[in-house]
Write a protein that binds this ligand. Structure first.
Ligand code: TXA
Ligand code: MG
Length: 347
């Protein structure tokens, strides 16, 4: 039985305490963060980590991110923290940045998927921080979706995937960012970005100088092997076939419209992902605007939710505009390209 609690001022303290107690005795609690909802378990308890993998149906060689609620706690689970990592922590924590360090003996291998390194994040979301504190300070939390589905950006998505499989779901409303945190490997001499997110390469370089992008992220080759084990799995995948159409905006509208008509004539249920700027232009299929190009975070916020809606509507063919926006474009396109299984059409 999963208890679902909506955070309200009058009952918040009691609910957070209950969430903490569940975590301390090895149970699982889903909670909101500023990026996506997380599925939390005590990161220092090997059995709790095993329960997380089971609930998500996630391969156990895919390491979990350990969430903390105070910078000092970083030193309790790591072997070595570089000066540059401290600068990044100062600049971006609490916030949507995950850093990888050499782990110490307190972190069980079941949490790190057998690796000698540990991913650590200090989230900015107030409810997340309170839950982590109440749970003892170290909470392993992957995104709270069934493995292979889009990450949850509201409690309803978590309920859909994990109800009946975990002890508690803390409903704190919709998340602010909508894409998972940026991951940067600080356990090596030259820091590498393993997963793009809201904190961009430029923002990181402004603080510590040059950082590289994991070569597998840049490669068009879907078989290049990424350094973050989780990035190798087919991820964020909708049930439908998804094709991204990229190029001159007018040509994109025309091509998507034509493809949508053809697919519909073929008997397929068609979904289109576009923006406020173009939503009126599409006449065929189920048309969803993710947001506006003048506020790219609106696109990030709604992307996963739209993919889930299309699943529910049994859409079998999706065409999406490309979103190479200035700041979050890298992160948005990284997720969209994976959802599309690398099917991109240039016009
Ligand atoms: O925004 C987020 O980071 C969310 C919220 C809940 O905080 N969490 C999240 O966790 O996205 P998850 O488990 O869905 O993704 C974690 C990613 C995976 O791709 C995993 O392979 C990678 O981080 N990762 C974790 N530990 C690692 C390590 N030691 N070395 C390399 N990659 C690691
Ligand atoms: Mg995930």
């Amino acid at each position: 039985e999963t208890s679902i609690v909506v955070i309200r001022p009058e009952t918040e303290e009691e609910d957070i305490k209950r969430a903490g107690d569940i975590l301390k005795r090895g149970g699982l609690v889903a909670f909101p963060t500023e990026t996506v909802y997380g599925l939390g378990g005590n990161a220092l308890d090997a059995e709790a980590s095993a329960r997380i993998y089971a609930a998500k149906g996630r391969p156990s060689d895919n390491p979990l991110i350990v969430h903390i609620a105070a910078i000092e706690d970083l030193y309790g689970i790591t072997e070595e923290v570089s000066g540059r990592a401290e600068l990044l922590a100062e600049a971006f924590w609490p916030g949507p940045l995950t850093m990888i360090f050499k782990k110490n003996e307190k972190v069980p291998y079941s949490t790190t998927g057998g690796l000698d390194t540990v991913a650590v994040r200090f989230p900015g979301h107030e409810i997340a921080r309170k839950v982590i504190k109440a749970g003892g300070g170290y909470v392993a939390a992957p995104s709270a979706n069934t493995s292979g589905r889009p990450s949850p950006t509201e409690a309803a998505h978590v309920i859909e995937d994990l109800s009946g499989k975990i002890d508690m779901i803390v409903d704190g409303g919709s998340v602010g960012i909508g894409l998972e945190s940026t991951i940067v490997d600080m356990s090596v001499d030259e820091p590498v970005i393993l997963r793009p997110g809201y904190i961009s390469q430029q923002m990181i370089e402004d603080v510590i100088g040059p950082v590289k992008m994991d070569a597998a992220l840049l490669s068009a080759d879907s078989k290049a092997r990424p350094k973050a084990p989780g990035m190798k799995y087919k991820h964020y995948a909708p049930k439908a076939d998804l094709v991204i159409v990229e190029g001159d905006p007018e040509k994109v509208i025309n091509r998507i419209s034509r493809l949508a008509e053809e697919a519909q004539a073929d008997g397929r249920t068609v979904g289109i992902i576009c923006t406020e700027e173009t939503v009126e232009r599409y006449k065929t299929g189920i048309v969803k605007s993710a947001g506006t190009r003048s506020s790219e975070i609106t696109i990030a916020q709604h992307l996963y939710g739209i993919l889930r809606e299309f699943d529910e509507l049994e859409v079998s063919q999706i065409y999406s505009e490309a979103f190479d926006t200035p700041k979050m474009g890298e992160a948005i396109m990284n997720r969209l390209i994976k959802a599309a299984g690398h099917q991109i059409m240039k016009v």
